[in-house]
Design a protein around this ligand. Structure first.
Ligand code: URA
Length: 253
């Protein structure tokens, strides 16, 4: 049984390494020399806290992204991205929108048709519902919060993101979080929360309970697109959002 488990783990690692090498190939990365100073030591990345050390790992293809000190620098580092197979189908890469110093960050799954066309997250029907949650529910403006997705390009026919796509985009989401330093993340739906918490636990069991992500509180809740299909569950989201509001009592924004 243990040997079987070890083999499965090895196969997962090999698949991940293969995707990593394919991404490097697509991005035409042949070599990533590390600049070394006169003392022969690699320079310290200007990293705060929890991303430190990932330059050779998660960010091995993306030194510029790893070192970005603003959202603008990060966006520039992502460039005309071809790191996964979604790029040929996109109109716009949907990076994120909002206050770069937001206390609350909303993270969804990936752009849909409207978002792809407009280059902004959550602008379609699900986006209108999210805007209602922010404005009518929380008494904030969209510009007060930051909104981003796990993946930045629209999957064909709005299918679920695939593991290689999530893997290719994840460093940029992590970097966005690290730059914004929100006090609370509201994870919208299973992809956002499962990606951040590295879990397969179903959203219905994760939602409504505070979780922790590198010192940031995460409140998982149901995705607005799910609510459009299941309006009866809006009350669950309201329960979750009330916990977020309470976190900011007395109001700080
Ligand atoms: N659904 C998402 O998860 N993100 C968007 O930006 C739009 C719809």
């Amino acid at each position: 049984m243990d040997a079987e488990h070890d083999l499965e783990e090895l196969a997962t690692m090999v698949a991940s390494l293969r995707r990593h090498l394919q991404r490097r190939e697509r991005a035409r990365i042949r070599n990533l020399p590390i600049d070394r100073g006169a003392d022969g030591k690699a320079p310290e990345a200007s990293q705060a806290s929890w991303l430190r050390g990932l330059e050779g790992g998660l960010f091995s293809d993306d030194r510029e992204a790893y070192r970005a000190t603003s959202l603008e620098e990060l966006r520039a580092a992502i460039g005309d991205c071809r790191r996964c197979k979604l790029w040929p189908g996109r109109t716009h890469l949907v990076f994120g929108v909002g206050n770069p110093r937001a206390r609350v960050m909303f993270i969804g799954e990936g752009p849909g048709r409207d978002e792809d066309l407009q280059g902004e997250p959550f602008v379609g029907r699900a986006g209108q519902l999210l805007t209602d949650i922010i404005v009518k529910g929380m008494g904030l403006r969209r510009e007060d919060v930051y909104i981003a997705n796990v993946i930045k390009c629209r999957p064909p026919e709005n299918r679920n993101p695939e593991p290689d796509e999530v893997e290719a985009c994840e460093p940029f989401l992590l970097k966005q979080i690290e730059l914004i330093k929100p006090r609370v993340i509201v994870a919208l739906g299973k992809f956002a929360v499962q990606t951040l918490l590295k879990t397969k636990v179903p959203i219905m069991r994760l939602r409504g309970v505070w979780h922790e992500f590198n010192g940031i509180k995460i409140m998982p809740t149901l995705h607005p697109a799910y609510l459009l299909r299941n309006p009866g569950d809006k009350k669950l989201v309201w329960q979750d959002i009330k916990k977020v509001i309470k976190e900011f009592q007395p109001p700080v924004m």
